[in-house]
Design a protein around this ligand. Structure first.
Ligand SMILES: *Cc1c(COP(=O)(O)O)cnc(C)c1O
Length: 427
């Protein structure tokens, strides 16, 4: 057995445990966390770090939240899990009710999946089965935009950015999807983009099944914020060519960009919606795919008559119970005011970095702040500098960014911005 001391634990970790996107032969350093509370991670050396990442954009309410803890314990006392084939339960039913209620109009049917990537796979199956069920089995390609990120499984990877994406080495085994240009920011040529997008869709309409994008904010593909008008163009194009419009709101859902869903900023409702990440307030892995009645009827008319998916841990009651409690917290607190307050702090703290040498852009939307450099970030140096300033960040590519928990105080946000400034100096 590994001795309980921190050094021994880290030694075993380095030799045996994979972390996201890391090498087993030349592993990047990792830090040992012992507990977390509010916005703070307690580290093995006794120090505390403000978590500027919300554990990859999930922990909206912070850690060790009494309400979320209570929901989990109460559900565990009743049942932690039962299979969802042939059985159902109140937490899943109530969560489905809430998701239908809070999501854009027309989304009525809910598939509970066990991670964001799986929900994207399910959404893609819905699109393809819908085309088969409505007499178009030849329509099998998806139209998406460059710069996207939709997950790490193969279907999801096929719609990730084909060039800058993390998956270019798999190109030969991925479904050949169709990529339009990245949607422009509000101050760029939106009309020109729209014309090209319409033309590409028209040219390929006979083989296209659907459109899939991250609305308003492309996350892991480059933290790019674009004009909501582009979403209205996508809706029109989808309607014109009978394409199923999928919005992947796994990163943007639940208030992150300032509206409850990013799609709300454009007044556009998709035919299929994926949510995940913050769904359980960062407690457990859970995602959901919502679709319209038309999509549900279309796919149910495909040759199998059923949606061909059903994970072992579908509708896990613990995850559903904590998701319901998280949605209650969002509703009871004024999430919109919290996100606006965090945004004001990010603007105040990050804008001054705009004129620093090496910084080419600073941008914010809702509770998201990004500092883009003119070179790839030295992740180890940047992380060390932020940690020395009391903050946990995880930069990628040429970007140092934060998505703090909504409960972050003004002082927490100011500290995060100072730490990002330090990181940008050494990165
Ligand atoms: C994180 C993310 C995913 C993948 O979710 P996982 O739970 O990591 O599988 C998919 N789409 C978007 C937009 C994401 O941000």
């Amino acid at each position: 057995m590994i001795p309980a001391d921190h050094g021994s634990l880290l030694d075993f970790d380095r030799d045996h445990v994979w972390h996201p996107y890391t090498s087993m032969t030349d592993p990047a350093p990792v830090r040992l966390v012992t507990s977390a509370s509010g916005v703070r991670l307690r580290m093995a050396d006794g120090s505390e770090l403000v978590d500027a990442m919300s554990s990859w954009w999930a922990a909206l309410h912070g850690y060790n939240h009494p309400t979320l803890n209570a929901a989990l314990v109460e559900q565990a006392g009743r049942m932690s899990h039962v299979m969802f084939g042939g059985l159902t339960h109140e937490p899943a039913i109530r969560l489905a009710e809430r998701l239908v209620e809070v999501s854009p109009a027309g989304l009525e049917h809910v598939f509970l999946a066990d991670s964001g990537s799986v929900s994207v796979e399910v959404a893609i199956k819905m699109v393809l089965q819908h085309q088969r069920g409505t007499g178009h089995p030849e329509r099998t390609r998806l139209l998406t935009v460059r710069g996207g990120y939709h997950g790490d499984t193969f279907g999801a990877m096929s719609v990730c950015d084909p060039v800058g994406g993390m998956h270019s080495m798999f190109t030969d085994v991925l479904a050949p999807q169709l990529f339009a240009e990245r949607p422009p920011s509000a101050y760029d040529d939106v009309a020109g983009w729209a014309e090209a997008f319409r033309a590409l869709a028209a040219q390929h309409a006979h083989e296209l099944a659907g459109i899939i994008v991250e609305p308003l904010l492309q996350g892991a593909g480059g933290m790019h914020i674009y004009d909501p008008a582009c979403l209205r163009v996508m809706r029109e194009v989808a309607d014109e060519h009978a394409l199923v419009l999928v919005f992947d709101e796994i990163a943007t859902g639940f208030g992150r960009t300032g509206t409850f869903f990013a799609a709300d900023a454009a007044g556009v409702a998709p035919d299929v919606l994926c949510v995940g990440k913050a769904l359980t307030g960062g407690y457990l892995t859970l995602a959901a795919v919502l679709c319209t009645g038309a999509v549900a009827r279309g796919l149910s008319a495909s040759e199998t008559g059923v949606l061909m998916h059903g994970p072992t841990f579908m509708g896990n009651p613990l995850a559903c119970a904590v998701a319901l409690a998280s949605l209650d917290l969002l509703e009871a607190g004024d999430w919109a005011a919290s996100v606006a307050r965090v945004n004001a702090g990010l603007v105040a703290g990050l804008e001054p970095l705009r004129h620093r040498a090496g910084v080419i852009d600073v941008r914010t939307i809702g509770a998201v702040g990004v500092v883009q450099l003119d070179h790839a970030v030295d992740v180890v140096a940047a992380t060390d500098a932020a940690v020395a300033a009391g903050v946990w960040i995880r930069p990628f590519r040429d970007q140092i960014y934060t998505m703090p928990p909504y409960i972050s105080t003004d002082d927490d946000v100011a500290l995060i911005c100072r730490a990002i400034g330090r990181a940008a100096e050494v990165a």
